[in-house]
Each structure stands twice: as C-alpha cells, then as structure tokens.
Design a protein. Structure first.
Length: 227
C-alpha cells in the first residue's frame, strides 16, 4: 500500500510540471483499476450522451458512447469511448478516446484515434495520438479530488496535442436541455498550440454537461441514456 501511495504522489507531481522540466508522468499499471467510476467522469459501458453544438450560424450534433471495448496502452487497460460529430445528418468527425482511472480516483487520458471528413472525400487523422508513441504521454482529464489549484496537462503529444486543464470552481449550477445540475466542477481548458480557451462543466454521475469557449461556441447536453 505504501508503495502505491508514493507512486501516486510521483505521478501527480509529474503531471503538474508545466515548464522547464520534461513532462514524463510515472505510470504504474498496478496502480490502475478496471473501472472508471470517478463521480464527475464515470464511464459505464452502454451509456450514451447526446449534445447540441452551436458556433456562429452552424449547428451540429455530438454523440458520445461508452463502449465495452478496451485497449491496452503502457500496460494499462483503457476504456474506449466513441465520439461522433454530425451536421445535417452527415458525419464530420469520428473519434475513439481511451481513458483509465488510477486507484486514487484520477482519470487519465491515454490517447485518441480521430477521423475528420473533409470536402472531396478527404479524411484527416490530424490530432490522433497514443501514449508511449513518438514521445506522447498520458494526461489528466479529471482529478480524483477536484479542487481549484494549479494547471495540469490533459494530453501531451509534442506539436500535436498539448491541452491543459485547471479546476476553477466546484459548486456550479448548470441548466441545459437535459436538466439542471448542481454541484458541478468547472474546468478551464486550453491548448499550448492555439489561442483561446474554453470552460467545461462536469456534473456528478454524468460527466460534461456544458462547454463554452472564447469564440462563443457552445455545447449543451440534450439527453443521457444509461444501460
């Protein structure tokens, strides 16, 4: 038990290094559990969440499905989450994300395989990455005990995916088409490769219920279907 606790401390300390030193979190497969049950980011296979996204004059639909599929990355069994964005019935993006939770409750993001469908039938895989490949490292998507504090890395693949996160509030109330949610965690997110930022609100037992960025683009939860 002492060994696992000390490993966790090293992992979290490494995860919060932003400048200067290389970002290399210590990942011990023995310190991870089979389920992702963090209250603010639960991943129960069969759960289906639908969102409406608005940006300018455009509206799109986003559907996130927690699958029963898994993928082993850096020796850790990760849950596969399927994310599809469609516009007027036409699929624009199709992505698989991989997550795992350590025994202290922190949910880690281990990578994504994304396809973006462009004009002329072109398909872009830009933004895809996997921890352990070409210098990529996992990041934290939800701390085990979220509280306002220092920024941390959410994903890290040099010059491809360098997103940051920072908990800014823990008792927000959010109303979206799917309902009113109290006690939400508010996280500021931004990329080291792009300008601007966004805020995401996470509700207990659900996950993300609302997203809004500096470009005034917004995503709201429309419905949730549980297994």
């Amino acid at each position: 038990m002492k060994t696992r606790i000390s490993i966790s401390i090293v992992v979290l300390a490494s995860a919060f290094v932003i400048g200067g030193e290389p970002y290399r979190p210590v990942i011990d497969p023995a310190n991870f559990q089979s389920k992702v049950d963090n209250p603010y980011f639960p991943l129960v296979p069969g759960t289906d969440l639908k969102y409406q996204e608005k940006g300018g004059a455009e509206t799109s639909e986003k559907e996130i499905t927690v699958t029963s599929e898994t993928k082993e990355i850096l020796g850790v069994k990760c849950v596969a989450v399927h994310d599809v964005v469609a516009q007027k019935g036409e699929v624009k993006e199709d992505t698989y994300d991989w997550y795992a939770q350590d025994k202290q409750g922190t949910v880690w993001y281990f990578g994504e395989a994304t396809r973006e469908f462009k004009a002329g039938g072109r398909v872009s895989h830009e933004g895809s990455w996997e921890a352990g490949v070409k210098g990529a490292q996992p990041g934290i998507v939800m701390p085990g005990d979220p509280k306002p504090g220092k920024p941390y890395r959410q994903e890290y693949s040099p010059n491809i995916a360098e997103d940051m996160g920072q908990v800014t509030a823990t008792n927000e109330t959010v109303t979206v088409p799917a309902g009113t949610f109290n006690g939400c965690v508010k996280i500021k997110e931004w990329s080291m490769l792009e300008s601007g930022n966004e805020y995401q609100w996470y509700a207990k037992g659900v996950g993300v219920v609302r997203t809004q960025n500096t470009a005034r683009e917004m995503s709201t939860l429309i419905s949730i279907k549980r297994p």
